[in-house]
Design a binder for this molecule. Structure first.
Ligand code: UT7
Length: 351
């Protein structure tokens, strides 16, 4: 094939945006109601604040805000499919995506949710790429949105300190594999033998068919943090390596590692394991906490707005979450207008 050939069909990133609710919760505010303190939270997680929804605000509200901004950033008025990836849908039924699509004036487009907990954005990307490369869709809006504050027990000090609410969205269009912004290679995986490490026990068919009283704690998010931590480091490093291998890249080819923002210590451990200098690890967990399926697009929107990521830079995205699930993918950053910053970073630098 001549070198100027456009390459096989691919999905190309052409717009992105992040959005967080305006209410900020600092570590000091959490310490007023929980047996914790700012120093513990910063040292163990790297988090100094997070954004949370106001009463009555739901996941679709955040998804709509980020989706509208991503469409504007891409300069497009319509898409063929809307995918929302979330662990905190507005309701168990129906899916959140059709509501979001209708509110964005996109009624008529295919719309469905993807669930892979904190790996949802990478699974959603793979799904969007599949729709585009199989010619089912020309353009897809993918939104990662979560409101963990609605499922975490506010008195659970281990989890209440980590999670924040937010949404991030990308627009993908049909293009070719050699264009900057073309998404691929992927690695996706799961291990359901560890399903009990991250759960919301009540609200599904397992609990409903068993009948009986539902304990309040079963309605809340539960995580065996320490075990999850160990799996996260191992699986993220393995997934990153598998993806690089498939693409014929080495770690030196990666300009920016954009991991799911679980906990700064996890991100640094994975970077160290991969032999990647920590400065190449994109981190915004200090400002927004762990925002679940929103975390990678929010981190991308933050870095793009700060112009820390530039056209042509090569990115490795890696996520890990409940299921267990994990996944990675590669892309070269396209030429895009600088997006608006999704939140005020405050005065302190990124750790
Ligand atoms: O998003 C997808 C997946 N999620 C993750 O990747 C999160 C992974 N896990 C984590 O980030 C960490 O495990 C946590 C931040 C949740 C917890 O940090 P840790 O360093 O693993 O703490 P630990 O659970 O081992 O607890 C150590 C100690 C315990 O006290 P004792 O038993 O040693 O006396 C906890 O009770 O720290 C205590 N502790 C706290 N102390 C002050 C737990 N939470 C807090 C807290 N403030 N907020």
């Amino acid at each position: 094939m001549p070198s100027h050939a456009p390459g096989p069909p691919a999905a190309v990133l052409c717009g992105l945006a992040g959005w967080v609710p305006s209410r900020v919760v600092t570590n000091d505010e959490l310490a007023e109601r929980l047996d914790t303190d700012d120093a513990w939270i910063r040292t163990r997680t790297g988090i100094r604040r997070r954004h949370v929804v106001e009463p009555g605000q739901a996941t679709s509200d955040l998804a709509v805000e980020s989706g509208r901004r991503a469409l504007r950033h891409a300069g497009v008025g319509s898409v063929d499919a809307v995918i929302v990836t979330t662990t905190t849908p507005d309701r168990p039924c129906p899916a959140t995506a059709p509501t979001v699509a209708a509110r964005l004036g996109l009624a008529g487009a295919a719309a469905f949710d993807v669930g892979a907990v904190c790996t949802g954005f990478v699974y959603g990307l793979a799904t969007a790429v599949g729709l585009i490369t199989s010619s089912v869709a020309e353009r897809v809006l993918l939104i990662g949105a979560d409101t963990y504050s609605t499922i975490v027990d506010p008195l659970d000090r281990a989890n209440a300190i980590i999670f924040g609410d937010g949404a991030g969205a990308v627009v993908l269009r049909a293009g070719t594999a050699r264009e900057p912004g073309a998404v691929g290679r992927f690695d996706l995986g799961s291990d359901g033998a560890h399903e009990d490490l991250i759960t919301v026990a009540a609200g599904g068919s397992r609990q409903r068919s068993a009948g009986g009283e539902v304990r309040l704690r079963d309605r809340h998010f539960a995580m065996r943090g320490n075990e999850v931590y160990r799996h996260a480091v191992t699986r993220m490093a393995e997934s990153a390596r598998a993806t690089l291998r498939r693409a014929g890249w080495t770690i030196d080819d990666v300009d920016h590692f954009v991991p799911h923002q679980a906990n700064l210590r996890i991100l640094h451990s994975v970077a160290d394991d991969l032999g990647l200098p920590r400065e190449r690890c994109v981190a915004n967990v200090d400002c927004v906490g762990n925002t679940g399926a929103a975390s990678i697009p929010l981190a991308l929107a933050d870095a793009a707005a700060r112009q820390a990521i530039r056209p042509g830079d090569r990115l490795l995205l890696t996520a890990f979450g409940g299921g267990l699930t994990w996944g990675s993918c590669l892309l070269a950053w396209p030429e895009l207008p600088v997006p608006a910053h999704p939140y005020d970073r405050g005065e302190e630098p990124t750790p």
